[in-house]
Ligand binder design. Sequence first.
Ligand SMILES: NC(=O)c1ccc[n+]([C@@H]2O[C@H](COP(=O)([O-])OP(=O)(O)OC[C@H]3O[C@@H](n4cnc5c(N)ncnc54)[C@H](O)[C@@H]3O)[C@@H](O)[C@H]2O)c1
Length: 411
Amino acid sequence: MSIIKSHDLAKSGHDKINWVKSYMPVLSAIEEEFKKTQPFAGKKIAMSIHLEAKTAYLATVLKAGGADVYSTGCNPLSTQDDVAAALTDYGVNVFAIHGADEETYVAHLTEALSCHPDIMIDDGGDFIELLHGKCRALGDKLIGGCEETTTGIHRLRQREAEGNLDYTMININDADCKHLFDNRYGTGQSTLDAIMHTTNLVVAGKKAVVAGYGWCGKGIARRLAGMGAVVIVTEIDPVKALEAVMDGFTVLPMDEAAPLGDLFITATGCKDVIVKRHFEKMKDGVLLANSGHFNVEINKDDLLSLSVKNEERKPSIEGFTMADGRILNLLADGRLVNLAAGNGHPAEIMDMSFALQAKCLEYLAKTPNLEHKLYSVPVETDKEVATMKLAKMGVSIDALTPEQAEYLFVE
Ligand SMILES: NC(=O)c1ccc[n+]([C@@H]2O[C@H](COP(=O)([O-])OP(=O)(O)OC[C@H]3O[C@@H](n4cnc5c(N)ncnc54)[C@H](O)[C@@H]3O)[C@@H](O)[C@H]2O)c1
């Protein structure tokens, strides 16, 4: 059973899935292995993750490994209806429609959990919150799950600290083969890609303000600089701020950056990063985009309260006209712009993130009695994925001689 927009859209969804598949060789190798080993035979896997082509391919890999898969999105604007339609042809149960309102979005998550999953994938923590709340009864068979992103990890850490985490979770985000590549290069490239194709405006020469110099912010700032933007970074962490200074960027508080910027990109995972007093000082025509997980970084209510008019100027661009005539442009409704107004990360990057997911889900399937806590991805799994990726890229590296290993105390 599935809830999708329309199966008539499936053709382009299949094209998208087939395209990314041919650039995800590590996940393809794991798929071949899973076809033989069937690690998920008899198991139900529920997935709440941005429902686009790379994720759809991951769902088919899990299916090939014997799982019964129940897939939903983790943000109503990142769901691609054609991909959702195509995924049903693989025998995956899909519950997701692009642009669903909050109530429908939660109903879709609940539908996916209604299978009483053995294993789950979460992206941002919406599944885990439901499983601790009104969907608690649906988690009765759950061996554990994997969390994909920084914001979800924050929510899990908070639960763990409060002694309130009732499930086993694996922290995919903090594995090196995830955040070093996905958060940095993936978000860096795809955020700019989405902004450029949505606005059709130039990057070179713009003053771009990047809020947050974590893994995502670093990637975004570096790509902006590479394309000729003048980059200003805002931070709350002195170490990260210092790193941004040494990387050659101007660091300012948002209050000072607000009147200077032409383009603002938030990537903090925090709320109210850009609010009323900042909007009041901004230049006419500024672009406001968010790449953090939730649409809380740019305060849309403040924009609405200040504006005399708001209208769609182009798909995924809403213009807010201020009383003095300035227009501030919010992209993708303040939701993560690279997925809500773009195609998300490049396939080659998600190859590593989803190889980690696949390997950790396999580990959960084999290891049913783990504690209710947040586990790290084992270092060996990180190294295995990196080794596979290098091999697929045709890159060789050196190995320690026995004498070197002894010198470095490596076993
Ligand atoms: N768009 C995507 O595809 C994508 C991909 C990965 C992660 N994410 C999301 O992006 C967000 C950031 O992830 P990350 O991995 O870079 O996290 P991170 O923890 O590495 O970096 C966040 C940075 O923001 C800073 N910060 C926090 N509050 C701030 C504020 N009010 N003003 C300025 N700076 C502030 C922190 O000090 C930190 O340096 C999270 O919500 C994460 O889930 C999005």
